[in-house]
Write a protein that binds this ligand. Sequence first.
Ligand code: CA
Length: 343
Amino acid sequence: MDSAVQKPSRIAPSVDYEAEGKQFGHLTIPYSRNDSAWGSMWLPIVVVKNGEGPTILITGGSHGDEYEGPVTLLKVAQFLDPAEVSGRVIILPALNLPAVRAGTRVSPIDGVNMNRAFPGERDGSITRMIAHYVYTELLPRADVVLDIHSGGKTLDFLPCAVMHELEDKALEEKTLAALRAFGAPVGLVLLELDNEGMLDTAVEGMGKIFLSTELGGGGTLRTDTLRIAEAGAYNILRHFGVIGRAPAQEEPGEARPTRLMHTPDSLCYVAARDSGLYEPAVDLGAAIEAGSVIGRIHFYERPDRPPLELTARRTGLVIGRHFPGLVQMGDTIAVVALDYESS
Ligand code: CA
């Protein structure tokens, strides 16, 4: 670690992490700029603490065009009653606040993707400063991290809770139990195409339980994906003994079993081999055979060219797809997952 990592963050919290009760506060990020010389940015944070118990850190809005996280966390923050909490819940509903304000995946200020910015930089741009604060101040306090993601404007997913295969098998077992407890229709053990700089990797590297989600997408909210996110957040708090009850409508009726799936290799990902208009041949949730057509790319300026057929390279379930009708060469246009037998 270089000395910049060891110096404390320049971000100041208005909350006291050791205080009992519920605090609505903010992280003050110095942000001097043309329209505010001595200005700062206030990143919302909620801390609910009561007595002994684990600390659960829940984040939303890591990508600013994904809405299940922020809306769920604003509702959870309103609901939680410290008298009914055992331990501590730290909530960041809009982790990349500038991106949430703009409704964009990455921050419009520095162009940085929050989920590629970890462990962050004390003296870096805004996104890297936030990541550094989370890495140095919040992750050490947390026992469990739940980071709620969705597909955003460019992807759409069958609602999944997501984890990674881990070298630490004891940690993998605990994470798998949390994955099932979340209660999403699909529990996905995901292979990341590019895991460097992710919050996931940072938390797992500390030997802590990390769970994420991919819930819907398209840059909007749906009632079903929001319901899964809300029930999932309460299920996780209950699973770790931090709360005893959820709002009445979130109490699990008949527990829905989670279908465990995984993406064991890069063959599960189908990339666009050209640019054009995308015609899906199957919808999310469809079973598909390796070699069969998953979609076609049409060339709107070249009617003489036949469409390019894209085929699945794995037999499985279509759990993710490119959302906009326009695709560019290199886009991930579909993700195929296979049933997973946990060892
Ligand atoms: Ca995301």
